[in-house]
Design a binder for this molecule. Structure first.
Ligand code: RB5
Length: 151
């Protein structure tokens, strides 16, 4: 992976157990991890964990994150309100590769209730190893923020 910075982790109650597994895996792989919570399977609200992760990405403390909630959509929607975040919902390793290569995503979002632990781990490894291809994809990324009203 490209960074010496920690990998940021965030989850709600539905993604908590998967986040814990991914955190342990990343530690075994030699990454440092910054865990923004949640801290248990007790019911919480995903924006409370998405926004701190996004803020840390935007201010340069992190370069990559992994976020988990039940479907992945709540996390993706909240994270993508931040200009410096491109959070990609992933459901298999090919998508996890493409979201880095084509969309330059900096957060891998996982639908914890709809993927197995093995599938999630494969996606995270793929996401962290894949590199943005630039070229025509950079033009498209530039247009994401250019065409928002009041940008
Ligand atoms: C929690 O029950 C669930 O709604 C949440 O994890 C997520 O799927 C929302 O997008």
């Amino acid at each position: 992976m490209v960074t010496g910075k920690p990998i940021g982790l965030a989850a709600d109650h539905a993604g908590f157990e998967l986040k814990e597994k991914i955190g342990a895996l990343l530690g075994q792989m030699g990454y440092s991890v910054r865990d923004f919570g949640a801290a248990s399977t007790a019911s919480v609200d995903y924006p409370d964990f998405a926004h701190p992760l996004a803020n840390a990405l935007e201010n340069g403390e992190l370069q990559r994150g992994v976020a988990c909630c039940g479907t992945g959509n709540g996390m993706a929607i909240a994270l993508n309100r931040h200009r410096g975040v491109r959070a990609g919902l992933c459901w298999n390793a090919e998508v996890a590769s493409l979201v880095r290569r084509h969309n330059d995503a900096n957060v891998c979002v996982l639908p914890a209730r709809f993927v197995s632990e093995a599938e999630a781990i494969e996606m995270v490894k793929t996401f962290l190893d894949a590199a943005f291809e630039g070229g025509r994809h950079q033009c498209r990324i530039d247009k994401i923020n250019e065409q928002i009203n009041n940008s």
